[in-house]
Design a protein around this ligand. Structure first.
Ligand code: ZN
Length: 329
């Protein structure tokens, strides 16, 4: 009897594509060898070159360097000295940029904690804002276990810093892009509506009051996007039409095999904005290790990550921005 993996191996050899790439594929892709063989060569190109003449990309090695530096601060839960050091580190990287914060004191089951969302603004020529967000705090209950959140907190902090390098110093030919390092995403005791998403609940309310929400054309959230085995889930709690643009962007770059093989509903930093009518897409890989075993454990370390995954997600975000900019209002 042939095992499932043997069937896949046979299919891979037939299609003359590498075993490494096949190992990443799930049944959905295995059933579509024609599509896979057409796009895989470009997906494996380290430059990120695909069907586009000038595909947008980020410096993945520099993004990985940021992850290393962020993780070196140690556990970074709200209220910790390392969290404060990380705030200062983010500000230092954004020197010269237009940066605002949304700072407040959150009331949590473990007492009051300072929470600070950090917002960097890169103006565009077109009326409207695209927000790219990701959290920088790490899990609170695991704070004394040596947990460093390389993927959950680290990868997103880093990819936003690298996107800032990409956006800096030139007027965006389209919508303004705002990068938001969200804070207090993690639960303090037990995940629930009042114990989680402290930063984004505050920011969504603030932007609702001051009129900013109406200008947001898309809210793209990143979370746990550094896993070397990158499988971005299709989030049932996101806006379908925006997910469709993301998938088109991924397909144009030849990265679609890393996107949306599985549909799940995710509770994440986009929810407070979704509830207020902002189009949102959560780009999250909740298959971190077999059965997600590395998630929220001290195993969430940098050796599980790959610069290639950061590059894929960074490129797809930039291509998504380009496609949204090209759309009619
Ligand atoms: Zn988490």
């Amino acid at each position: 009897m042939k095992t499932f993996s043997q069937v896949i191996l046979a299919a891979c050899l037939t299609a003359s594509i590498s075993l490494v790439a096949c190992a990443k594929q799930k049944t959905v892709e295995a059933e579509k060898p024609a599509v896979a063989s057409t796009f895989l060569p470009t997906a494996l190109d380290s430059s990120g070159a695909g069907a586009e003449p000038n595909p947008p990309s980020i410096d993945a090695d520099r993004a990985m360097k940021y992850v290393k530096e962020v993780v070196a601060f140690g556990p970074r839960p709200v209220g910790s000295p390392a969290h404060k050091k990380l705030e200062d580190y983010i500000y230092a990287q954004l020197k010269g940029d237009t940066v605002e914060d949304d700072a407040f004191v959150a009331d949590t089951p473990a007492g009051k904690f300072p929470v600070r969302n950090i917002i960097a603004k890169y103006p565009g020529t077109r009326d409207g804002i695209i927000v790219i967000a990701g959290h920088y705090d790490t899990n609170y209950p695991l704070r004394d276990t040596g947990y460093v959140g390389a993927n959950d907190g680290g990868s997103t902090t880093a990819i936003l810093l690298e996107l800032a390098n990409h956006l800096r110093g030139k007027k965006q030919d389209g919508y303004s892009v705002w990068l938001v390092w969200t804070d207090g995403e993690e639960a303090i005791q037990q995940w629930g509506p009042t114990d989680s998403l402290y930063g984004t609940r505050h920011l969504a309310e603030r932007w609702d009051k001051d009129g900013t929400l109406k200008k947001i054309k898309a809210f793209l959230l990143t979370d746990m996007i550094g896993d070397a085995d990158l499988n971005i889930d299709k989030d049932a709690n996101s806006t379908a039409s925006l997910l469709s643009v993301v998938y088109q962007a991924a397909t144009r770059l030849g990265y679609q095999s890393h996107f949306f093989a599985r549909t799940i509903g995710v509770e994440d930093d986009h929810l407070p904005f979704m509830k207020l009518g902002v189009p949102c897409a959560d780009l999250i890989d909740l298959d971190y290790g077999y059965n997600n075993v590395f998630h929220h454990t001290p195993q969430d370390t940098i050796d599980k990550l790959s610069p290639k995954s950061l590059q894929i997600v960074g490129s797809v975000i930039l291509e998504t921005i380009r496609m949204l900019d090209a759309m009619k209002p």
